[in-house]
Design a protein around this ligand. Structure first.
Ligand code: SAM
Length: 236
């Protein structure tokens, strides 16, 4: 699978520096928390994709929250469409900035990520915010939730086209998907070595969920951003 290691580090480090996020102080001094421990805590399956896992574990083994602690703006300004206290899945949750934000607003949040270090940081962030999330360490491509489990699903900066049908199946009728990622222009701008498939083409997300109603769609094509964002709703 994926991801934007180089580009995300570039972009989000800039953002982190700008926002001056506080260091958490504890993560870097600890041994990485083993995936087995999370299996024990969550009772859920563990990823078998060890290369991807170590790639992301390495990225997250810094003290600071590399993506910051604040939610993505697109989520923070639009989350109110999700029914209150609804059950939300955050795929490729990372350090939990989005999932923890929703948990603090009263949602029942399940976050899944291949990196046990990211998940540990997400749990720390939840604690800091006096809230809780259900955290799962696993490759989401190998994981199975029961059909129609969630009122909303978040996929932020985790572009994985082969996962789209699974997301649709996991969503309850009337549920919402929030999807945001970098446009391919961003890859060109930062000369990222990452494969093209990790980036979105202009307007591409409009075709990701063809049977869903599009509630909101925006593309920021300013060179500082190059992002595409969408909220879609499954029919009842
Ligand atoms: C660019 S980060 C985005 C994190 C978070 N969504 C955010 O916006 O802050 C992508 C995340 O996807 C996770 N990831 C990559 N491949 C995955 C997979 N196959 N299953 C689960 N998580 C995965 C990585 O560990 C990483 O945390």
């Amino acid at each position: 699978m994926q991801l934007f290691f180089n580009l995300s580090i570039t972009i989000f480090f800039g953002l982190v520096a700008k926002l001056g996020h506080a260091n958490i102080g504890t993560v870097a001094t600890r041994q990485p928390v083993g995936a087995e421990r999370f299996e024990f805590l969550t009772g859920k399956v563990i990823s078998s994709n060890s290369d991807l896992k170590s790639h992301w574990d390495k990225a997250y083994s810094k003290q600071e929250f590399i993506y910051g602690k604040k939610p993505a703006k697109f989520l923070a300004t639009n989350f109110h469409v999700i029914p209150s206290k609804g059950r939300v899945l955050d795929v490729g949750m990372g350090e939990g900035r989005n999932g923890v934000f929703l948990a603090s607003k009263g949602f029942d949040v399940v976050g899944i990520d291949i990196s046990s270090i990211a998940v540990k940081k997400a749990e720390i962030l939840a604690k800091e915010n006096q809230t809780k999330i259900t955290a799962i360490v696993a490759d989401v491509n190998e994981y199975h939730f029961p059909p129609k489990s969630f009122d909303a699903i978040l996929s932020f900066y985790y572009v994985d086209r082969k996962l789209l049908n699974k997301l649709v199946g996991w969503l309850k009728p009337g549920g919402y998907i929030f999807y945001e990622g970098f446009l391919i222009e961003h890859k060109h701008q930062i000369k990222s070595p990452e494969p093209d498939e990790y980036f979105l083409k202009k307007h591409e997300v409009l075709n990701f969920f063809p049977k869903f109603k599009i509630l909101k769609y925006s593309e920021d094509t300013s060179p500082q951003s190059y992002t595409s964002s969408i909220i879609v709703k499954k029919s009842l």
